[in-house]
Ligand binder design. Sequence first.
Ligand SMILES: [Zn+2]
Length: 171
Amino acid sequence: MSHIYVLDAGVLFSSWTIKVPEGTFATTSSVLDEVKNRPSKVRTEILTLLDRLQEDFATPESIKAVRLAADKTGDKSVLSEVDIEIVALAHTKKSLGMKTTLVSTDLAVLNTARHLGLTILDPSGRFKHEIVWSLKCPACYHKSSSKAKELECPVCGTIMRRVVHRKRKSR
Ligand SMILES: [Zn+2]
């Protein structure tokens, strides 16, 4: 069975795909829309890959699973709909018994995918550990486990910041 690499827009724009001689690339229609709206030089390079690139869709079940996972890790506030769909596509492929790797350089995308037990690859090599986020007040250091994007500190009213709550070793 051929290995499937699910790619986000950042990876499609990079030269990473050139280094992968075998396997199939898959992405969502919303990522393809982003790619098609870029300048022609990049577009031409992408089009040459199209015979290896398939447009595919995540199931509603997978989208739901990704939202739940992102809620738990605290990544939900920084993930776009496009991000959620790309993680969900990898989740759908895996659910169908396919050998899938999600390739992305977006740390929130990688973190959520890791939490779901998906195989991930970060060509930039920046992703090291699975992270669980929490909020911390920069003024009085009050901590909150809330996953809200913007929360006023219940003690002093300052807008709280996202901080690393917990790291897990890479598998
Ligand atoms: Zn405070």
